[in-house]
Design a protein around this ligand. Sequence first.
Ligand code: SAM
Length: 456
Amino acid sequence: MDKVQKSGRIQQGQVNIRRLAVQALLTINRDGAYANIVLQQVLAEHQLSDVDRRFFTELVYGVVRRRNYLDAIIEALAKRPLRKLSSIVVEILRLGFYQLIYMDKVPDSAAVNESVKLAKKMARGLDGFVNGVLRNFLRNREAFSIDELAKSDVERLAFIYNQPIWLLEHWLAIYGEEKTIGLCVWFNERPRLTARINTLKNSISDTMVAIEKEGWHAVPTGKVPEAIYITKHRGSLESSPLVKEGLLTFSDEASMAVAYVVDPKEGERVLDCCAAPGGKTMHMAARMNNKGHIVADDIHEHKLGLMEMNAKRLGVTNVAFQLQDATRLPSEWGGSFDKVLVDAPCSGLGILQRKLDMRWHKSAESLTTLPILQLQILEQAAKAVKPGGVLVYSTCTINEAENEDVVTTFLASHQEFSLEDAAPFLPFEVTGPMITLWPQRDEMDGFFIARLRKQG
Ligand SMILES: C[S@@+](CC[C@H](N)C(=O)[O-])C[C@H]1O[C@@H](n2cnc3c(N)ncnc32)[C@H](O)[C@@H]1O
């Protein structure tokens, strides 16, 4: 957590949670770091009590989620665009308003006074401005309600559900209002802590006993046999022996569903050509009991090291990790894999609940370039499939242009492949042949999975 440390100066033992939150928010919003990674790093560095961990998490995630409405309030009160304000002051104000509007347990006086104290320490000379802006809000809260600030119906929805206007317009045009709101509500809910029991290390029942012994509580999700919701835990997740010793790994059920559709068997040769961070690779290795061989590729070198560490932790021994651009796979791989998985780079619009900050970084333009890359990777991966073998295409998005349209375009020029019904491979009820997992319907991340069979 270099950046937080650099701007930090926080001593262990006297941590001011709000200050820690402002520094984390600067790293996320100003420097472009991923919110979940910053949060994990800060929590790993500071031995916070459970109450402080929860408070810190709520402050950071709350501000990241509610950013558009909080910013509209700040601009209205400061009477200037955000970019004309110091980034530290912006984060202090976002945090102050978040507490005033969304945290009933924080008295208004504490939210204002603590923000002013932060400004005194972190933005010398601007504490009066922070004080004035927050107190002006308290004098006339109604003037800054969503109904007062929204300039259109879609902006009103954007403030209520905290999504960018372009994305709401896109969803409203395709799904209509009811389905769009259902999606938005899901994406704003606190994600459940879902983990996969690593059957390479221990049986499901023995792991459940180990979880209880650790003082945690978990329940099966009821859909994927190895999937559990952790409903109670203590301390940092990563430092628990359950995680360090590889009994558990964090992953959503929708992601686990992909390994079921690939259905790798012991002894088979499997290619996972967009593999990092390796969630599906490790799950496939477990389903193969480490027997057979998986080649796991990614285009980013730094991600390979992380995957190797993860494999060691989870006791995965049948994977070769390789730096490889999947748009140019080696010709000697042609026709040599029983199963090939393309878990394609995508817009990630199905996992906005877990990646809270992602909604603010996407654009309508970014959606149009992805299908070209996805099709390119699928074309290459198809060559690596043995006659009679299987090609699985998956994404963590619900965007049709990256899902059904890519598969349909691919099939139109590849008569040697046919679409199989993916539904019977899943341990829970869905409708195929191509599968879209809808968050608000299936209560998991939004995913797309298609299973194609090459002629024998
Ligand atoms: C959706 S993620 C894969 C997630 C992974 N399968 C898992 O379960 O953990 C897509 C991955 O594709 C990689 N990627 C992007 N472009 C690529 C390319 N041209 N060749 C290979 N990998 C690529 C990205 O680095 C990213 O790690």
